[in-house]
Ligand binder design. Structure first.
Ligand SMILES: Nc1ncnc2c1ncn2[C@@H]1O[C@H](COP(=O)(O)OP(=O)(O)O)[C@@H](O)[C@H]1O
Ligand SMILES: [Mg+2]
Length: 256
């Protein structure tokens, strides 16, 4: 596949540009929330925290993020166009390609990009998968507490460790689709088990919420509505991710 870009028109900031931090939500299973979490984090940090973000969508089987942006432009009504105009921040760039393209896509980013999120395919048997993972500074594995999700997530992390693509302390698990009453005890136990293997979990646990399917939550042009954020656990996730990347300064308060 040829790489394609939905560019923003960032201008280079003054001074020497520093290399962006590269982070991916990835695992070898589909449906865990890789794309959802990538878009939510990208949108919030870019539009609300002033972090210059780019997404590399290299999940060629779906190109969910790339197609989402195309669809948002295609179906934009007047009201949304006005809102976008008023937002005063250029949308973040979304580049599409294959995992093998990641080094080239990274080399061609706008110079002021500070954080790159890579939307990875749900299978490691894709050409260039290792090439893409090797570029990461941080890998976050979204996981549910079901036996199957835990065993695939855990074997994925072990594979990453065995081929020495990334030090294990750059890899974290995040519980997604989490329901405290159902998952709390098992998640606590699993965290202890993972810790024995040097695998840490993020403190934030992302609740199961039907609203994650709403169009306004999936927007690549706007942050998720603040009303959705309440009790969503996402604010904690955003702040925890900002803590992982302390070299990036935010323009605005981390708190809404
Ligand atoms: N925390 C959550 N609560 C409820 N639904 C979720 C949550 N996270 C993801 N989903 C839903 O699960 C499905 C798979 O998510 P997606 O991000 O596409 O997974 P992946 O990219 O890993 O295949 C989507 O329908 C998404 O809306
Ligand atoms: Mg996906």
């Amino acid at each position: 596949m040829k790489t394609q870009s939905l560019e923003s028109s960032h201008e280079a900031s003054a001074g020497q540009p520093t290399a962006p931090v590269v982070l991916a939500f990835a695992t070898q299973k589909g449906g865990m929330g890789k794309t959802t979490l990538s878009v939510l984090v990208a949108s919030w940090l870019h539009y609300k925290c002033g972090v210059k973000v780019a997404i590399l969508d290299v999940d060629g089987s779906q190109l969910s993020v790339y197609n989402q942006r195309l669809s948002e432009h295609e179906h934009m009504d007047e009201e949304t166009a006005l809102r976008l105009d008023k937002q005063d921040i250029e949308p973040y760039a979304i580049h599409a390609g294959n995992p093998a393209d990641v080094p080239a896509l990274l080399a061609n980013l706008a110079p002021d990009v500070q954080l790159v999120l890579i939307d990875m395919p749900g299978s490691i048997d894709v050409d260039g998968y290792e090439t893409a993972i090797a570029t990461l500074d941080h890998l976050i594995v979204p996981m549910e507490t079901s036996r199957y999700a835990v065993s695939t997530g855990f074997s994925y992390l072990n594979a990453i460790r065995q081929i020495e693509l990334l030090p294990i302390d750059r890899c974290k698990v995040v519980w997604n689709k989490y329901r405290p009453s159902r998952d709390g005890e098992i998640a606590d136990q699993l965290e202890e088990r993972f810790a024995q293997y040097g695998i840490k979990c993020l403190k934030s646990r992302i609740p199961q919420r039907d609203s994650y399917q709403d169009a306004s939550n999936l927007s690549t042009l706007f942050p998720m509505p603040a009303t959705y954020l309440r009790n969503s656990g996402l604010k904690d996730l955003f702040n925890e991710i900002l803590e992982l990347i302390p070299t990036i300064e935010t323009h605005e308060s981390k708190e809404e």
